[in-house]
Design a protein around this ligand. Structure first.
Ligand code: ZN
Length: 266
């Protein structure tokens, strides 16, 4: 008994009891903060799903000052053969990207849009039938944008707030009739022209730079083939984010961007 008192008698001292109570209170408080934080992130994750069971994996806000950011963009899909391959590679490499979809290609491929959204990617509007907007009347521009928004939201994903003009063709009239942020690019590895995986990979790696908005197309096998090797080389130096994350764009922004800086306003 005297041995027990010698070893454990300190437990009964008031200093120990006060310390014990303080530690318990701190642990309890941390638990509360942690629970509050996870409730907040849950609220963001499941915010207003349009389809039952649909919710997006939201990445933490990137710190582009700590690790340079780039945004990969994939135009002209969805494509039943290539888009799933691109999504598989992005998932494997844990990279987020932005898909500028063509409205008339959405029918029957809505599942690909839901997969893009569920896996944390951003979806943008790339017009209904890909005409050069600078050559069509304003009423047609508005119709192209409107029915593409409808096709995208009918797939059960949020309405885009980014527009990539076909061919990057923009003038003040186009800007005046587009109530979305207009996004061009500042890195073009020419996958649409080369259609050669090795060359596309080499170009992409050589042209990579902080703040890069990379123009790619999820319609060429060579682009999908180039993607994995390019990411393996670039990931040690860059984090890949969506366009809205890169440019800090929120819905309602009607700016025109072809790089980090807003170019001009309508
Ligand atoms: Zn295009």
């Amino acid at each position: 008994m005297s041995d027990l008192r010698r070893y454990f008698g300190w437990v009964a001292r008031p200093q120990f009891l006060i310390g014990f109570v303080v530690i318990c209170l701190c642990v309890g408080a941390l638990g509360t903060i942690d629970r509050a934080a996870s409730k907040r992130s849950l609220a963001i994750t499941v915010g207003k799903p349009r389809v039952k069971g649909l919710h997006q994996t939201v990445s933490p806000v990137p710190d582009c000052a700590a690790v340079p950011c780039m945004a990969l963009t994939f135009d002209d899909g969805p494509n039943t053969a290539i888009t799933p391959r691109v999504l598989d590679i992005l998932a494997q490499e844990q990279v987020k990207a932005t898909f500028f979809v063509v409205g008339q290609r959405v029918a029957g491929r809505e599942y690909l849009l839901r997969r893009m959204h569920n896996e944390g990617h951003e979806i943008g509007n790339h017009s209904w039938s890909h005409p050069p907007f600078i050559q069509i009347p304003p009423a047609d521009m508005e119709m192209q944008l409107r029915i593409t928004q409808q096709a995208i939201t009918a797939a059960g994903v949020p309405a885009p707030h980014l527009f990539r003009p076909p061919y990057g063709a923009v003038d003040p009239t186009v800007m005046g009739h587009t109530r979305m942020a207009i996004i061009r690019w500042n890195v073009d590895p020419a996958d649409w022209e080369l259609k050669d995986a090795q060359q596309v990979k080499d170009h992409l790696v050589a042209m990579a730079r902080p703040g890069g908005i990379v123009l790619l197309h999820d319609m060429y096998p060579s682009t999908a083939d180039a993607l994995g090797p390019a990411l393996k080389e670039l990931k040690p130096y860059y984090q890949f984010v969506t366009v809205s994350q890169l440019l800090n764009i929120t819905p309602g922004d009607q700016g025109f961007y072809s790089g980090r800086q807003r170019q001009f306003s309508p």
